[in-house]
Design a protein. Structure first.
Length: 396
């Protein structure tokens, strides 16, 4: 048989096999039948199964992967116990920059005050659109601290008003911002400096009022000014009383918000009753000076919180509340989370504010702060807990 005859017969043979539905294995191994992968826990990483045998019979057996022992679950992170319903709240927040989580707090309908350094017209208009009853206090931030020892208060007031009026009279700002601050935390050291500051505040209050703008005067830092200096500030308070403004004060303490009040003193034998030298100091001011003079004007605590910068005090070094979390834990004061315990301290302060009708609100420093002040910020779990607190403690 020739090669040509052999090839011809082979082709005929292949055609016959094909007609019968058969094939010739030409050295190719059959593909194993795919098996369905088992459903495994998301945390389980299976060991790859051995490849099935290339022999078609008997069928390969896919071994069942042996699951690794389940890890012991970590203890759940404790959550703050929800606050029960309570009396109206006077708490609010300080905001140094745009932060959308503010709107979640505002939607509770229970934010008493927002102190803002961000006065973009759209931003402040949105605050009022969501929560019309929230008091909005703004501070004109580029204002340098004055030298009260060499100060022309009337000229300074006119210059301030000329600078602020184009900003404050923008229609959306005018409708949304209830009052404007001027100097932040001025420190008069004697009656003459206090009188000069009072003259500035009184004059700018009158000038702004002529344009339909209210003022928040003072804005003194924690523990400032000396109590005996308050009579020199009466002209500013008289202008506020006449034109519907506010007095602004800051109150901070550490390592707990109540340090310096009541029995919480460095001297264990001392007791300030229901007043304090840091927080609740405002009661000393009103009872000793403003109320007897008929000048108990509406008060806004325009900054409030934990600040380790107050001295002397007990506790470790630190700045904002986050720096004291480990200390609170070590002291056995935290039953759930440090954030929850901080809101508990603010709830204590809120309960005190509710006793004084002249207090309009207190702005916690800060929901959102500038760079470098992150230890003060409420962002995260603390803001969530505050939201729950506000939701069950409506404002007056």
């Amino acid at each position: 048989m020739t090669i040509a005859d052999h090839r011809r017969d082979r082709r005929r043979f292949l055609r016959l096999l094909a007609a019968a539905g058969l094939t010739i294995l030409t050295g190719c191994r059959p593909r194993p039948t795919p098996t369905t992968a088992p459903t495994l826990p998301a945390t389980f990483t299976p060991t790859p199964s051995p490849r099935p045998s290339p022999t078609p019979t008997p069928p390969p057996v896919t071994p069942t992967p042996t699951a690794a022992p389940s890890p012991t679950p970590a203890p759940p992170t404790p959550t703050a116990t929800p606050f029960p319903p309570g009396p109206p709240s006077k708490l609010g927040v300080f905001i140094a920059r745009y932060e959308p989580s503010l709107f979640a707090l505002l939607r509770t309908g229970n934010v008493a005050v927002v102190k803002t350094l961000e006065y973009d017209p759209n931003f402040v208009a949105e605050i009022k659109a969501i929560s019309p009853q929230t008091l909005v206090i703004a501070r004109y931030t580029p204002l340098p601290t004055p030298d009260l020892a060499a100060f022309d208060p009337l000229a300074a007031a006119r210059q301030f008003v000329e600078t602020l009026l184009p900003i404050a009279t923008e229609p959306r700002r005018l409708a949304a911002i209830d009052a404007w601050e001027a100097y932040n935390e001025p420190v008069p050291t004697d009656a003459g400096q206090m009188a000069a500051l009072a003259a500035f505040e009184a004059e700018r209050t009158r000038l702004l009022a002529a344009a339909g703008i209210r003022s928040c005067v003072g804005n003194f830092g924690t523990g400032q000014p000396a109590l005996e200096l308050w009579p020199a500030f009466f002209p500013a308070l008289a202008a506020v009383r006449e034109h519907g403004g506010f007095l602004g004060l800051h109150e901070y303490s550490a390592p707990y918000l109540w340090f310096g009040s009541g029995r919480h003193q460095l001297d264990p034998s001392a007791d300030e009753g229901d007043t304090g030298w840091l927080t609740l100091r405002y009661r000393k001011v009103y009872r000793q000076h403003l109320q007897p003079a008929g000048l108990a004007v509406p008060l806004v605590i325009t900054e409030l919180g934990i600040d380790g910068g107050v001295t002397p005090r007990p506790g470790p070094p630190g700045l904002g509340w986050r720096d004291f979390a480990d200390f609170w834990q070590a002291e056995g004061r935290v039953s759930t989370t440090a954030a929850g315990f901080y809101i508990e301290q603010l709830a204590w302060y809120d309960a005190e504010l509710q006793k004084d009708d002249y207090v309009r609100g207190a702005a916690i420093y800060a929901l959102a702060a500038f760079a470098g002040w992150a230890s003060f910020e409420l962002l995260g779990p603390a803001a969530t807990i505050l939201e729950q607190y506000l939701a069950v403690h409506p404002p007056r």
